[in-house]
Design a protein around this ligand. Sequence first.
Ligand SMILES: Nc1ncnc2c1ncn2[C@@H]1O[C@H](COP(=O)(O)OP(=O)(O)OP(=O)(O)O)[C@@H](O)[C@H]1O
Length: 538
Amino acid sequence: MEANSSGEDLCVKVAVHIRPLIGDEKLQGCKDCVSVVPGKPQMQIGSHSFTFDHVYGSSGSPSSSMYDECVAPLVDSLFQGYNATVLAYGQTGSGKTYTMGTSLKGGCQTGQIPKVMNSLFGKIETLKHEIEFQLHVSFIEIHKEEVRDLLDPISANKQETANEHAGKATIPGKPPIQIRETSNGIITLAGSTECRVKTLKEMADCLEQGSLSRATGSTNMNNQSRFFRRKTEEAAMATKRLKKLLEARQSSARDNSGNLLFSIKMSTPPNYLIKPYEPFIFSDYEIFLQGWLDHELEVQANVHEVRHERAALAEELAVLRQVDEFASKGVSPPRGKNGYSRESSMSTTGRTARIASLQNMPSISSNSLVAMASQLSEAEERERAFSSCGRWNQLRSMGDAKSLLQYMFSSLGDARCQLWEKEIESKEMKEQMKELVCQKQLKYTAGIANGSVRESATLMDQTRKMMPVGQLSMKELALVGQGGKLWRWKRSHHQWLLQFKWKWQKPWRLSEWIRHNDETIMRAKPRPQALLDVMYRN
Ligand SMILES: Nc1ncnc2c1ncn2[C@@H]1O[C@H](COP(=O)(O)OP(=O)(O)OP(=O)(O)O)[C@@H](O)[C@H]1O
């Protein structure tokens, strides 16, 4: 905990490190869009000002003072028994690796971590006679929503072999590490390698090994391919999520009230369970999902555009190289329809400059890439918004949140379907029971002691007495038929003859009797109002 200028204790301090434009950006004529307000830890982008605890780089404080002002006090507090964290946060290519010093090239000592290491071992050296120290290090990478162990010896070996043979960077090692929360609320990385280090050299080796194992390590590829690879991976993640969502949509149905029912099933439901018949309004979530789907589609469209643009650039580069080759042999390149008229009309210097810029261009200035970057930061913003409210706090990533949402939709969809089915079932059963009761009572007397049937409209009126069918005259029976009871008998009597045969003493006589009644019904005049008076006698 530190005290700021106003004497206030602060647990978290935020410092901004502004990096200068790098080679490719300068080549493309990019301009600095960030300025630092003189004498203040404040920076300006357009008309917006942002104030932090420190601003380094550009015309702010020199980067070299970052360690002394921000990190050294934390190292001191470690020796007083406190925990400390330094977190570098920023978009791809913003300079996190450079600032932290995790891309150790030939033992570069400029980043924060190498400085911390030096300071740690310096202090240990002076205190080792009084206190025994044990140092353990671990190194992880969060990549594509997964946590990877960079000190895992298996991945490290595979990495080396793969780099030798295939020249590829991403090699799956052991399964991704799980982020877990202990009962006392401590977040742990289950199964991550912890190496015990005794010397500065051992610790530096760990840092180097981990840096080399990074899937996105800048040591493994040049800027352009790294940038595109990162974007492609992000696009692949988006596609995966989109596919899941589309699958969920395809398997969804709309109930008769127009609400969306998700029937997607998850093999391992998350811990958040919803009561099966909890009332739930889908429309807000539908809107949210619709918005999210649109966003993902837009990202996809942009990725497609970027790929297209990249292919066009690669094509231009190939043509320029060929023209260059012709020129170096002293041969003039073919002109005409399929020739290289535009490229060959360029001056040699112009062509060389264009080749160099095409080789190095990470296409960062491309409009679609800029749009995509802003969309991705919007997604990050949403993720932050999610993780800062209520129960969403328990979620570790946007992926978790989406899984939870899908699970909620799935459970609620199922619950609504079940409810709907049950309602239909119970309606049908009531109908059947009503029929049975009528049939039985017409043959014998009222006697079915079933709660739901007792409650049915037919039997609600206790003042009315059910009459056995034998006591009704033919005319009365005809009226009953006209009122709708007897035609139902006719429709279903074959079924219940089979089903309730054991109940009826002489079913063949019943058939005869119904046929006889049918004939009577056909002859009788319709008088539906008289139905109840016939069925129930006061
Ligand atoms: N302060 C700086 N001064 C000079 N060059 C810098 C500075 N910060 C970063 N760079 C350069 O900018 C490029 C991108 O930096 P870096 O690889 O550290 O970004 P990153 O944020 O770690 O990217 P990623 O998230 O993709 O790993 C590198 O070529 C690096 O050398």
